[in-house]
Design a protein around this ligand. Structure first.
Ligand code: T1G
Length: 690
């Protein structure tokens, strides 16, 4: 046998163990010996039953994603599953950890599946822009029913062992030695005698399907797909399982898979899968990390409360500090209410809510931060305030405590210099709501110690965040590029584009919403305060703010929100204001195309990303993609701004940037040298050659 697939025997039960660290992906070097083992055991009369198991921390996590886009080497997964399914003697999959994608499809080729109590099972291919290509869309409905299968496959969200057992996906759930349980289960099945019905022949769960109800649910899921092809294909393939014969449905699944795997959307989503893992790989990541048990959070406002929840949700004890008891109680009250909402939605039990709240300790005394291993400052966005706080922290925090600021823009080197321990200072830039948004920009200051950085990068995973390490500059990576994206927004308004037209150009591109709707949602007063602090103006937004029109929270912003509705309605008064300001500036409005809107917003965003790479503020172009997909809703089917620039064509972007630079003279259109090199080489790597 190979060292990726081992066969052992427990009496007349054979155990096939896949051993391909770290996640037992079904790489070619696994598939070949696996097929050989199954054929050999099929034909071995001394073997009464077969258990398929995995070594290491998990059952098979899927096909090997790195093999996509390359010539497929035989045997393919489909052939292995078909061979497994045709074996007359009982076959049992022993699932621990996660059985995902091709891993669950392999298990579906067995007559039976048993799972460890902590196991999770799912078909997440849709997150890679794919659909299950190893028979999952045709076999899963036969075990759990078409609607449950539709929901699992289109969402890509795995389910736990008990839910899988209740749904009919697994036949038993065990605690303890799973392989031993699986062997006993298989031996008992063999003793009772067959025949054993393969999943492909089990139609009982399918015949009960209400096709009209299925189609209604599929149509709703399609509506939410927002331009992504994979969810639509997943639903179609599950529907084929209901309406077509097994082999026809299997062939149709294959055709859909072949189309998707070659698509730009799937290439983009596979790019993001690996990019999110690369971003956590930093120089010195293997240094000894500091121990973090208790986390202090300064400020119980929107950001501070969300950050405190993020750490509590990750299992940490949290000391929440405020300036007054009244502010503290208000903050704790919001946290309690947020957990109560989760309980009402069924995503949290009352017991879990109680446990989470028990992890919080409130205080108004800095001295109570003395036992914290990490302290995150989330106070008012003002340098003087932050310097005062870090000066106090320097006096009370224990040696080796990591001192982090959640600032969105301010210079962290300057904040670090207000302490005697700059090596312990760094930025943890959370995105609001901090307990929900996955992105965490970790800002490496000039003197930040490598072990402090590695500690918080590791911590990010523990609290379910996607970490990107960035350098110090105004706005770091995300907000600096956001400023470039918004630099022309007001000019576009004054020249004739309405807020609705600009927002529509964004949503047609795939953004969840456009900049004006987003501004109304977040509150126009936030940007207004930032602009005043920096001596900047935005004539339309400033005027709206001076009129008290902050967006949804006041019922009026760039749009109207009537009767407490969150639905934006174009506001004639805003359009009159725009017209008035344009006239004052002598601007004659003209028709503006969606293409021009994209050229004057998205292209400067990409150009600024190139400048950020040139300056070393981001280590990789893929890190920038991770920031924008996880922090700002960049459409996953386009892979992030830097990946999309490659798809769209850097030369085309340069040509239009030069056009707008010539027409406006604005620095935001000044083409970055790295963007020019990318157009020549096709790579964002500084050292790439054509
Ligand atoms: N293929 C190749 N490499 C993979 C991989 C995979 N399927 N899954 C993980 N890795 C690498 C990953 O890049 C990282 O590498 C290391 O393993 C640890 O991963 C035909 C078409 C299983 C929940 O989508 O969700 O089957 O950075 O950091 O946090 O129908 O990995 O160490 O060099 O994520 O403990 C479907 C993808 C594939 C599951 C573990 N399966 N994986 O999470 O570790 S398509 C998936 C995950 C398919 C069939 C279809 C997670 C995990 P490195 P990690 P983790």
């Amino acid at each position: 046998m190979s060292n990726f697939v081992n066969v052992t025997h427990d009496g007349d039960v054979a155990i096939v163990t896949i051993d391909n660290p770290p996640v037992n992906a079904l790489s070619f070097h696994v598939r070949e010996p696996l097929m050989q083992a199954l054929v050999s055991l099929r034909d071995d009369a001394s073997v009464a039953a077969i258990v398929v198991a995995c070594a290491g921390r998990t059952f098979v996590a899927g096909a090997d994603i790195t093999e996509f886009g390359k010539p497929m080497q035989q045997p393919e997964l489909r052939a292995i599953v078909a061979t497994l399914e045709a074996i007359a003697k009982p076959t049992v999959a022993a699932i621990h950890g996660t059985a995902l994608g091709g891993g669950l499809e392999l298990a579906l080729g067995c007559h039976f599946r048993v799972a460890d109590a902590g196991a999770r099972l799912g078909l997440p291919e849709v997150k890679l822009g794919l659909l299950p290509g190893g028979g999952g869309t045709v076999r899963l409905p036969r075990l759990v029913g078409a609607v449950k299968a539709l929901r699992m496959i289109v969402s890509g969200v795995p389910i736990g062992a008990d839910e899988a057992h209740a749904a009919g996906l697994v036949d038993a759930v065990f605690k303890g030695d799973l392989t031993a349980h699986a062997v006993n289960f298989a031996r008992e099945i063999a003793r009772k005698g067959g025949p054993y019905t393969p999943v492909r022949d089990r139609d009982d769960r399918l015949v009960e399907t209400d096709l009209a109800a299925f189609d209604a649910e599929a149509a709703e899921l399609a509506r939410k797909a927002r331009g992504l092809e994979a969810p639509i294909a997943c639903a179609q393939s599950v529907r084929n399982a209901i309406t077509l014969h097994f082999d026809e449905a299997l062939a149709a699944e294959r055709a859909l898979f072949v189309k998707l795997v070659a698509s730009d959307q799937s290439r983009a989503q596979r790019h993001l899968f690996f990019a999110e893992r690369e971003s956590a790989k930093i120089p010195g990541k293997d240094v000894v990390k500091r121990r973090i048990a208790r986390v202090g959070v300064i400020g119980a406002g929107t950001m501070g409360g969300g950050i405190a929840m993020a750490f509590a949700n990750g299992g940490f004890s949290v000391t929440l500090l405020e300036t007054s008891d009244e502010a503290l109680q208000r903050g704790l009250g919001i946290i309690d209410k947020n957990y109560a909402v989760s309980v009402s939605r069924g995503s949290l039990t009352e017991e879990a809510k109680r446990q989470r709240l028990a992890q919080f300790k409130g205080s108004t005394d800095f001295a109570d931060l003395a036992d914290c291993d990490l302290i995150v400052e989330a106070a008012f966005e003002d340098m003087a305030v932050k310097k005062e706080i870090f000066g106090k922290l320097d006096a009370v925090a224990k040696p080796g405590a990591i001192l982090a600021t959640n600032t969105s823009y301010l210079d962290i080197d300057e904040i670090a210099a207000s302490t005697s321990r700059p090596q312990d200072v760094l930025g943890l830039h959370f995105f609001s709501p901090a307990n929900v948004m996955k992105l965490l920009e970790i800002v490496r200051a000039d003197k930040t110690a490598p072990d402090a950085l590695a500690t918080v990068v590791d911590l990010a995973r523990r609290i379910g965040k996607v970490a990107v390490v960035v350098g110090v500059c105004h706005g770091f990576v995300g907000n600096r590029m956001l400023a470039a994206r918004g630099a022309e927004s007001e000019a576009l308004l004054l020249e004739g584009a309405t807020p609705r037209q600009i927002d529509r150009a964004f949503t047609d591109f795939g953004w969840p919403m456009g900049p004006f709707q987003m501004g109304d949602l977040a509150g126009l007063d936030i940007g207004w305060r930032n602009r005043k602090a920096r001596g900047q103006t935005a004539v339309i937004a400033d005027t709206l703010c001076e009129q008290g029109c902050f967006g949804q929270k006041t019922g009026r912003g760039f749009y109207r929100y009537e009767n407490g509705s969150r639905t934006p309605v174009p506001d004639p008064q805003v359009e009159a204001l725009i017209h008035e300001k344009a006239t004052e500036k002598g601007i004659v409005p003209r028709a503006i195309s969606a293409e021009e809107i994209i050229e004057r917003t998205l292209y400067p965003l990409i150009n600024e990303g190139a400048k950020i790479l040139e300056e070393g503020i981001a280590a990789r172009a893929s890190d920038i993609d991770v920031v924008w997909v996880n922090g700002y809703g960049f459409p996953v089917g386009k892979g992030g701004p830097m990946f999309w620039a490659g798809l769209h064509g850097a030369a085309r972007i340069i040509e239009r940037l030069e056009h707008w630079h010539q027409r406006t003279g604005k620095q935001v259109f000044q083409v970055a040298p790295l963007l020019r090199r990318m157009a020549e080489t096709g790579s964002w790597e500084a050292g790439a050659t054509a």
